[in-house]
Design a protein around this ligand. Structure first.
Ligand SMILES: CC(=O)SCCNC(=O)CCNC(=O)[C@H](O)C(C)(C)COP(=O)(O)OP(=O)(O)OC[C@H]1O[C@@H](n2cnc3c(N)ncnc32)[C@H](O)[C@@H]1OP(=O)(O)O
Length: 203
């Protein structure tokens, strides 16, 4: 059993080696490192691994991390980002097309999720079955520390303010101010700066 475990670790280390090399070469290595730090904290992992080993851990056990890693590599070298996918297959139903994504994006589960934003700030959180997409060629701009929870839809040229939360299954097609929790279809504000309220969104 111990031998099997060792063989499993060795095979996966070999499998991850090309990704570890590219991570070390990438011009945007600092952003990938911030992603890794964020995933360590969001997944409550405290394994005392070096960064490159955490990278391999996330590639192995969190298929949605692969899509984010390949998105980061694509910003540096599109060919490398394509070729590397033969070692760890990306999650089929997760699509990331944003022009710009700040460091520290955490994707929880990530299946059936399309992220088509103009830009996404730092340290955002996106759940499964989320759609961020366009209306008439205009895509959302998402601020920093925004959390978009399960099944939510954010569409059109809207702005989602810093530190705001989009509730499960909400539909957002108007601007969301900073520090708000919005829920429902159409979404309305149920909390602003931590205080309960009921406010409709303005376009
Ligand atoms: C496999 C997995 O588990 S993956 C993780 C899946 N989980 C998620 O995606 C989390 C989704 N979380 C939510 O939707 C949460 O309700 C949040 C984050 C939006 C709101 O959380 P809080 O800030 O704590 O707000 P709170 O729970 O106090 O709700 C405020 C009001 O909004 C209502 N509300 C909260 N969420 C929703 C929602 N998704 N849709 C409609 N109404 C909602 C509440 O009933 C409450 O209404 P009331 O004031 O009339 O009683």
């Amino acid at each position: 059993m111990k031998k099997l475990k060792k063989a499993w670790c060795f095979i996966n280390l070999l499998r991850g080696l090309p990704s570890i090399i590219l991570y070390n070469l990438a011009a945007n290595k600092d952003i990938i490192e911030k992603d890794i730090d964020r995933w360590i904290s969001c997944c409550n992992l405290n394994l005392n691994f070096p960064k490159w080993l955490y990278l391999n851990w996330f590639l192995l056990y969190y298929p949605q991390f692969r899509n984010l890693f390949y998105y980061r590599l694509k910003k540096w070298n599109i060919i490398a980002s394509k070729l590397i996918q033969i070692f760890y297959r990306p999650l089929d139903s997760l699509f990331i097309y944003a022009d710009n994504i700040g460091p520290g994006l955490f994707i929880q589960h990530g299946f059936s999720t399309i992220i088509n934003a103009k830009s996404i700030g730092e340290n955002c959180w996106i759940n499964q079955q989320v759609t961020i997409g366009y209306i008439k060629d205009k895509c959302p701009v998402i601020g920093n520390n925004v959390r978009i929870t399960a099944g939510a839809i954010v569409v059109g040229g809207v702005n989602v303010g810093d530190n705001s939360v989009i509730g499960a299954n909400s539909v957002v097609n108007k601007d969301v101010p900073d520090n708000c929790v919005v829920v429902g279809n159409p979404a309305f504000v149920v909390k602003r700066n931590g205080v309960k309220t009921k406010e409709y969104l303005n376009s």
